[in-house]
Ligand binder design. Structure first.
Ligand SMILES: NC(=O)c1ccc[n+]([C@@H]2O[C@H](COP(=O)([O-])OP(=O)(O)OC[C@H]3O[C@@H](n4cnc5c(N)ncnc54)[C@H](OP(=O)(O)O)[C@@H]3O)[C@@H](O)[C@H]2O)c1
Ligand SMILES: [Zn+2]
Ligand SMILES: [Zn+2]
Length: 346
């Protein structure tokens, strides 16, 4: 084993504390990554809030960039010094129908999550990127395009790819009318990507506070979700509604925005939801979801973002301020993603 330093929660609500973490020694197909920047995703908050009594300590972080420091004996894709990015999936079975279709994120044996997952080989609980070093299977590390700023690119690996896959699979392009509900980490990247794909893009937000930002991000307009009149005017208006709202909410209101034969892609707060089938029936609407991305589509997303100069709007904080970042994210006080600078852990 090898020691590194990171930020861990010992129990739900306890806050994160600096701790020494044990990482595995490199397997033949592993790379060791010095983590430079790690994004703070709302899923990290959900995971911290739901940490069960007696569960292993939680080290969050599943969107990070850094530099390869060492490679296993069988690794040919990387050498020490390469800039890489790692997202929320770090292993999968590789042979199931999902993996064979390039959807490692939907592996039938369940993909190994970057934190709080179970390592396929030694059964250990994975610890995430809020740490100075991460050991990842080489296939699940992505070369980071040289033109992308490593801090602002980190959120592409969860927030970015999570919106990229549904936008792509739903055929979003020139002429598609897209609405993005919830302008946060996922939402602002959904806007940037949808706009770059050529879609006519609208933000749905709880107030007008983010209207200037929505326009700056390239959106054509903003619908205020708490204004019944505006919601009624926007009814049946969008081919694709990307729902990134981080709290439980009534899907019916957002299905109402979907156009004939259109789709509500529900990506945000997951868990059981109730849907009135009449909200699907009227307009032959579809309800879909998604999460993370396969290896090929993650690489395609990074290429696309490099080509279109897309990164997240970030506020970079030293990792010692991680608890402040989480508190402010909880209060919706970030535009639009916190990224932790891990250099203070060296
Ligand atoms: N499917 C996946 O694989 C996947 C991947 C990553 C994240 N997620 C989930 O996606 C959600 C968004 O993540 P994020 O990191 O983008 O979060 P975020 O930065 O906190 O953004 C969420 C946005 O939701 C809106 N919102 C928050 N509370 C709300 C409430 N009570 N009612 C209505 N709207 C509310 C806010 O937008 P406005 O201020 O504009 O209203 C907020 O900016 C989280 O639940 C996260 O766990 C899922
Ligand atoms: Zn995430
Ligand atoms: Zn599989």
């Amino acid at each position: 084993m090898r020691a590194t330093t990171g930020w861990q929660a010992d129990s739900a609500g306890a806050g994160l504390r600096r701790a020494t973490l044990e990482r595995r020694d490199l397997r033949p197909d592993d790379v060791a990554v010095r983590v430079d920047y790690c994004g703070v995703c709302h899923s990290d908050l959900h995971a911290l809030h739901t940490l069960a009594d007696g569960a292993p300590p939680l080290v969050p972080g599943h969107e990070f960039t850094g530099v390869v420091t060492e490679v296993g004996s069988a690794v040919t894709r990387f050498t020490a010094g390469d800039a890489v990015a790692v997202g929320n999936i770090v292993d999968s079975c590789g042979v199931c129908t999902m993996c064979r279709q390039g959807q490692e994120n939907f592996c039938r044996e369940f993909p190994t999550l970057t934190y709080g997952g179970v390592d396929r080989h030694d059964g250990s609980t994975t610890m995430g990127g809020y740490s100075r070093e991460y050991i990842a299977r080489d296939r699940f590390a992505h070369p980071l395009p040289a033109t992308l700023d490593p801090a602002a690119a980190a959120p592409l690996l969860c927030a970015g790819v999570t919106v990229w896959e549904p936008l792509r699979s739903l055929g979003v392009g020139p002429g598609t009318r897209v609405a993005v509900a919830g302008l946060g980490g996922l939402g602002h990247l959904a806007v940037k990507i949808a706009v770059a794909l050529g879609a006519e893009t609208t933000v749905v937000s709880r107030s007008t506070d983010k209207a200037d930002d929505a326009r700056r991000l390239g959106a054509h307009g903003l619908v205020v979700s708490t204004d019944e009149r505006q919601m009624a005017d926007a009814r049946d208006g969008f081919d694709v509604v990307v729902d990134t709202i981080a709290a439980p909410h009534d899907l019916g209101r957002y299905l109402g925005l979907v156009a004939l034969d259109g789709t509500l892609s529900h990506l945000g707060h997951l868990g059981p939801v109730t849907v009135e089938t009449i909200d699907l029936l009227i307009g032959r609407k579809s309800l879909s979801s998604g999460g993370s991305g396969g290896l090929a589509s993650t690489a395609a997303m990074l290429d696309f973002c490099a080509e279109h100069d897309i990164t997240a709007d970030v506020e970079v904080l030293p990792s010692t301020r991680v608890n402040e970042a989480l508190d402010r994210l909880e209060r919706n006080d970030v535009r639009y993603r916190f990224v932790l600078d891990m250099s203070d852990l060296s």
